[in-house]
Ligand binder design. Structure first.
Ligand SMILES: Nc1ncnc2c1ncn2[C@@H]1O[C@H](COP(=O)(O)OP(=O)(O)OP(=O)(O)O)[C@@H](O)[C@H]1O
Ligand SMILES: [Mg+2]
Length: 509
């Protein structure tokens, strides 16, 4: 890096009880550059960003912003804001029960009427509306953030962070693209590039290496809370990235799906209308992995949620192994051996204040599935096994899920379902936030479940993932299936094109 740094973090240490999150972290970000901060799940990326934000108090180290140096432990959110640092945290930091306008205002400080201090709601909503329009988010400022799709929530958090960023602002974005569809990420990254070219400084965390390689100037790779490599992006081909991230291991080969799926029909949907779906017919065989492609709002999540019984059917019917089947609750679905890993895992599937053991095990399932009984020691063994098999990075199985890194929370929740060999496995964005090594592991587990006879439907906005994992790709547009393609005989371009064609706005899942 030749440009002078806008942001430097040196020798930052942060421990949580016995866990060393940052052993000795360094980050040096040149002014007007995009700096990728990469590393495996649990390597300390989010912790460093939260120390720079003053959300966590670092144990040691120094932070220099635009030449102003202070002890990292003295950093506070107020100081961060004054030094024009802006953040999108991995958990977004939004309040689901508040409206979009309120969420935006909370970050900026409410606009007030002179000394009265009363909030000027009309101004607040007008500002928010302008911002939503600028970022092309089709929602009213009064919509509660909790009612938005995950990708829309990310866009609100991003819009909030970018809204009034000064020309010399430093933006730290922790996996901003994790929930975004490919064309949405592309637009965001292009916008970031323009901002960097105009002088803003950007730190970008992502597990999607191709997008990072396309946009970042420099890169720092963390492993175990310290720097494993730091260089210009051009000097960092994917092999070197992975080697730095893993400490030398190679990226596991992607799991190969069997060329031919089974032929026994397992699941059939006929004329399904629910949520955004407007009449869907689909059959999935035992052992088959079907991918759902489409834009946000096209009905991918609606399809998965309708089969699982999370949303009611307006019309249509479903059959499981040739027998009429209908679920009105998670409990009924699970009694039929139908499993869903939802897109909004933290909202719908995880119990952050419960332990890894409880979250991966039957204890959570028992909430839905009371007939299943298991002994405490068997539960413990099962949880320990899953932690090993899925490489969940945690001090132990009694650690609360909420204190794991984002990607490790995902792995724990996926493990809970994948261990059960369900008849039907519904996955909504399964690799969101997981690192490349874990992603390959998860794919291997999904492929293995299919090989044992599970029918899998997987929705993903990552076309690479769909192409690596599926036998068939079904393209949804505005609630209808517009194409049903054999994966081996189609292309990314064709799928992307079919997803976009005269897409309609304003349908929410
Ligand atoms: N509040 C906390 N309490 C206890 N441990 C924590 C807390 N926050 C983070 N950790 C631990 O610190 C380590 C680093 O976590 P961090 O979230 O920084 O990882 P990350 O690199 O952002 O991972 P990911 O890619 O999964 O988001 C992990 O071992 C994690 O369990
Ligand atoms: Mg993180």
């Amino acid at each position: 890096m030749t440009v002078p740094p806008a942001l430097e973090a040196t020798d930052v240490v942060k421990t949580f009880g016995g866990t060393v999150a940052l052993a000795d972290a360094q980050l040096r970000v040149g002014k007007g550059t995009i700096h990728a901060l990469l590393g495996g799940n649990g390597s300390g990326k989010s912790t460093l960003i939260k120390c720079i934000a003053g959300v966590y108090r670092a144990d040691a180290g120094r932070i220099v912003v635009h030449g102003q140096e202070r002890a990292a432990g003295d950093q506070t959110p107020a100081i961060a804001r004054r030094s024009s640092l802006h953040f999108v945290h991995q958990d977004l930091g939004l309040f689901p029960q508040l409206s979009i306008a309120e969420n935006i205002a909370l970050d900026r400080g409410y606009p007030t009427v002179r000394a009265l201090g009363a909030v000027r709601w009309s101004r607040l909503e007008a500002d928010a509306a302008a911002l939503l329009e600028r970022f092309e988010i089709a929602a009213s400022p009064r919509t509660p953030v909790g009612a938005l799709r995950p990708s829309e929530r990310s866009m609100v958090a991003i819009a909030r962070a970018l809204a009034d960023a000064r020309d010399d602002a430093i933006l730290l974005l922790d996996e901003p693209t994790a929930t975004l569809a490919e064309h949405e990420s592309r637009e965001l990254l292009a916008a970031l590039r323009r901002r960097a070219d105009a002088g803003q400084t950007i730190v970008l965390v992502s597990h999607r290496f191709p997008e990072v390689q396309g946009v970042a100037d420099d890169v720092t790779v963390f492993r175990d809370g310290r720097v494993a490599a730091s260089d210009t992006m051009g000097q960092m081909p994917i092999e070197r990235l992975v080697a730095a991230m893993t400490g030398g291991a190679e990226l596991p080969h992607p799991a190969r799906v069997a060329v031919k799926a089974g032929s026994t029909e397992r699941l059939r949907l006929s004329g399904l209308e629910a949520g955004a779906l407007r009449g869907v017919d689909l059959a999935v065989a035992a052992g088959e992995i079907v991918g759902l492609a489409g834009l946000g709002g096209s009905g991918r999540s609606s399809l998965l949620r309708a089969v699982f019984g999370r949303i009611p059917l307006r019309a249509g019917s479903m059959a499981l192994d040739g027998v009429h089947f209908r679920s009105e609750s998670a409990a009924q679905s699970m009694a039929h051996d139908v499993a869903l890993v939802p897109e909004d895992r933290l909202g719908e599937a995880a119990f952050l204040d419960m332990s890894v053991r409880e979250n991966t095990s039957i204890t959570v399932l028992r909430r839905f599935w009371r007939r299943f009984r298991i002994s405490p020691s068997a539960e413990r063994r099962s949880a320990e096994g899953l932690v090993t098999i899925f490489g969940i990075r945690t001090p132990g199985i009694e650690t609360t899920l909420g204190s794991l890194s984002g990607g490790n929370q995902q792995k724990a929740i996926l493990a809970r379902w994948l261990q059960r060999d369900p008849k039907v496995l519904l996955l909504d964005e399964p690799s969101q936030g997981v690192d490349v090594v874990a992603r390959a592991d998860i794919s291997a587990h999904v492929v293995a479940a299919a090989a044992r006879g599970t029918a899998v439907i997987v929705a993903s906005s990552d076309l690479d993932e769909l192409f690596a994992l599926t036998h068939r790709i079904v393209v949804l547009r505005a609630g209808r299936i517009v194409a049903d393609l054999e994966t081996a005989r189609t292309s990314r371009d064709e799928v992307a094109h079919l997803s976009m064609l005269d897409s309609e706005e304003g349908i929410s899942t």
